[in-house]
Design a protein around this ligand. Structure first.
Ligand code: ADP
Length: 242
């Protein structure tokens, strides 16, 4: 039984613009799927449709029964007037006391429960957002370029924490990025989108053992091999082959 089956025949915006046409895929329980595509390909549109925020499309999105969905956005989106503990309690009232301490420890924030978002660095705010996404124990976690605009070591640390949390809970993850090596370092499988109106141009299984950092030689090599085999990959020109 898949966690998710997506069949989008067409997604048109009110101005007539067709963002997605003929895009189908499914994802298994516990699978980590990265979605890579050029800017404007329809990645955010796709996540909005899957999350149920956008219901105005032709096609279907089927989720396994009673699936809880977690979402992590490009911005941390913490409530600035609430402490870290209060922000987390918004999604999980049981996140107090020892449970809260343990959860914060998992992302290296054990002394930050009573701090407000503005007292935290950008990387620390993302760690709170990451923890919040996992606190709902999602079956499906949607992530929209969550580590964008962080410095390289901070982003790498967040990727490691994401993988630890994912290996612990094993939700199905859909991770949108435009960074090929980030996708290859994290995912079991990478879906490459064509330029809009988008569809899946290449469905690629990443057969490398973990852990595999962004700069690991095996990841770099695989990225280069992919680009050699499909020179238009990141421009999305694979669309012609799909
Ligand atoms: P991505 O996340 O891959 O950058 P988006 O999903 O944001 O792409 O957008 C896909 C396409 O749909 C783009 O061409 C964008 O301009 C268009 N689009 C997004 N939102 C709207 C909207 N509300 N109305 C009209 N067109 C939109």
């Amino acid at each position: 039984m898949n966690t998710l089956c997506v069949h989008i025949n067409a997604k048109r915006y009110a101005n007539g613009h067709c963002a997605i046409r003929g895009l189908s895929f499914s994802a298994r329980p516990g699978e980590f799927v990265a979605i890579v595509g050029p800017s404007g390909a329809g990645k955010t549109t796709l996540l909005k449709i899957i999350s149920g925020l956008d219901t105005d499309f032709e096609g279907s999105v089927q989720l396994a029964d009673q699936s809880r969905i977690g979402f992590m956005f490009q911005e941390p989106r913490l409530m600035p007037w609430l402490t870290v503990a209060q922000n987390l309690a918004l999604v999980d009232k049981g996140a107090t006391g020892e449970r809260l301490t343990q959860a914060l420890e998992q992302v290296g924030l054990k002394d930050c429960a009573q701090m407000f978002p503005k007292q935290l660095s950008g990387g620390m705010q993302r760690r709170v957002a990451l923890l919040r996404a996992f606190l709902v124990a999602p079956q499906l976690l949607l992530m929209d370029e969550p580590f964008q605009s962080l410095d390289a070591p901070t982003a790498e640390q967040l990727r490691e924490q994401l993988l630890t949390l994912w290996q612990d809970q094993k939700p199905t993850v859909l991770f949108v990025t435009h960074h090929l090596n980030e996708a290859l370092s994290l995912a079991d499988r990478v879906l490459f989108l064509s330029p809009g109106p988008s569809h899946i141009a290449l469905d690629f299984a990443v057969d490398l053992p973990r852990p595999r950092g962004l700069d690991a030689p095996a990841v770099q090599r695989l990225g280069q091999q992919l680009l050699q085999a499909h020179p238009g990959l990141l421009r999305g020109s694979l669309g012609l082959q799909a």
